[in-house]
Design a protein around this ligand. Structure first.
Ligand SMILES: *Cc1c(COP(=O)(O)O)cnc(C)c1O
Length: 428
């Protein structure tokens, strides 16, 4: 249903130096590098593909803000009628500022503070995805102080192996996320004691970058069996949140992403007969392939054993290769054919881990060449830091031949804002 639209999306290729109709050389010349560039067209196509796949279901897509939290990206989500999955008060503010209605916001995460719970109640969010008994009690207490009622779903840890990288797996019994079905059963049995929490939902999110439908199927069947048991026990549910985790193509010719239609079919089948609201929390799936990190070659260093391609982008700009050993395709933005060469592609940061790729075969490069690191639209800019005192890079949105800067390059003054000499010494 929707796979074709995903594959026809704007994409940088070696033969095509434009992205969403924008010439990347001109863009990099004007705005400098490193630079994040996102295709609005590609993001809209992903959203539309998923919405088509879900047609006929009472389903709300709550975009996982942490994947790319730029206000302009959130604005695209708001325009398309999406909600948001947030994990902090900062993300709540961003989602609201971008025009996402509070009634479409769900709040996940194991460490919500009282202040964050209060801010979410104040805003009137749709639902809390609750990760522990202690958190359930905190929500009950904070909602009590406002004489409010919080809608809540239990995050189930279905003990399913998502067959993904260990650092992005969240649905195993050993992970910090969610509670066992046995524990959730006790919460429902005792839910009458909750005066300020309406516990009437289930939530599951088993991990990220999942390329196989089986873990989703298994997890959803466990959730469905529990939902039916709860109905039998007199606890009807208003919502089931199936989480995010849909994988994307980081490596052309290797990664086979899940088709949105196939995924929706699994959801339909597993939750057939459920008459409440379905919630989905895709992050990466909507934005990863819509973004590139543009970077220039600073120099080529011939080491004794390896040849290094030193870029002006580094791990502080795009952490995924260092953090998750993630593969990102790297494409020279140049149509001329060149002989192949093998490089370790590295950044200037003083860490051995500042490596985008080892032993990567690329067309031969020269200093000044422009490269596009692909699949950088998710968990790129949102995970960036100023490590090594490198200011945050600019972000730009492309849309059919036009561009708009959606975050200007950070200045030195902005980077050090808030720091000051130790002079106003005080006793606590
Ligand atoms: C991170 C996260 C998501 C989004 O994950 P993706 O792999 O980007 O789709 C959804 N739900 C929860 C609870 C998350 O923590």
């Amino acid at each position: 249903m929707s796979a074709s639209s995903a594959n026809d999306s704007p994409r940088v290729t070696a033969a095509q130096p434009a992205f969403d109709g924008v010439d990347l050389h001109a863009l990099a010349g004007r705005l400098g590098t490193p630079l994040y560039a996102y295709s609005a067209t590609a993001i809209r196509q992903r959203i539309a593909g998923l919405q088509t796949a879900l047609a006929g279901l009472d389903a709300t897509i709550c975009y996982a803000v942490k994947a790319n939290s730029n206000l302009a990206i959130l604005g695209l989500m708001a325009d398309a009628g999406l909600g948001a999955d947030i994990v902090s008060a900062g993300e709540l503010k961003r989602a609201l500022a971008a025009g996402i209605p509070a009634a479409r916001i769900v709040f996940s995460g194991v460490g919500k503070t009282d202040d964050e719970i209060d801010a979410a109640l104040e805003a009137g969010i749709a639902r809390f995805n609750v990760e522990s008994l202690d958190e359930l009690h905190a929500i009950e207490r904070v909602a009590g102080t406002r004489s409010a009622t919080a809608n809540a779903a239990v995050r189930i840890n279905p003990d399913v192996d998502a067959l993904t990288h260990a650092k992005i797996s969240t649905g195993r019994a050993e992970n910090k996320f969610g509670v066992s079905i046995a524990e959730a059963r006790r919460w429902f049995a005792e839910r009458a004691q909750l005066r300020h929490v309406r516990l009437d939902g289930l939530h599951v999110h088993i991990g990220s970058q999942i390329l196989d439908l089986d873990p989703f199927r298994l997890a959803l069947h466990r959730v469905a069996a529990f939902w039916r048991e709860l109905v039998q026990a007199g606890h009807p549910l208003a919502s089931i949140d199936v989480g995010g985790g849909l994988g994307v193509r980081y490596r052309a010719g290797q990664d086979q992403p899940i088709d949105a239609g196939d995924y929706a079919a699994v959801v339909r089948e597993a939750l057939a007969g459920f008459d409440g609201r379905l919630l989905l929390e895709p992050g990466r799936y909507l934005v990863a392939e819509a973004g590139v990190l543009l970077t220039r070659v600073l120099r080529i260093k011939e080491g004794t054993e390896r040849r290094f391609l030193v870029l002006d982008a580094a791990m502080n700009d795009l952490l995924r290769p260092s953090l998750y050993d993630a593969w990102h395709d790297i494409v020279p933005v140049s149509p001329e054919p060149r002989p192949p060469a093998t490089y370790d592609v590295v950044g200037p940061v003083c860490e051995t881990g500042d490596t985008f790729a080892r032993g990567r075969e690329l067309p031969e490069c020269a200093p000044g060449d422009l490269l596009a690191i692909q699949g950088a639209g998710a968990y790129g800019a949102s995970m960036a830091s100023t490590y090594n005192s490198r200011p945050l890079v600019a972000e730009v949105l492309l849309d059919e031949g036009r561009y708009a800067v959606i975050r200007r390059r950070q200045t030195y003054e902005e980077m050090v804002a808030g720091e000051q000499p130790a002079q106003d010494w005080q006793a606590p």
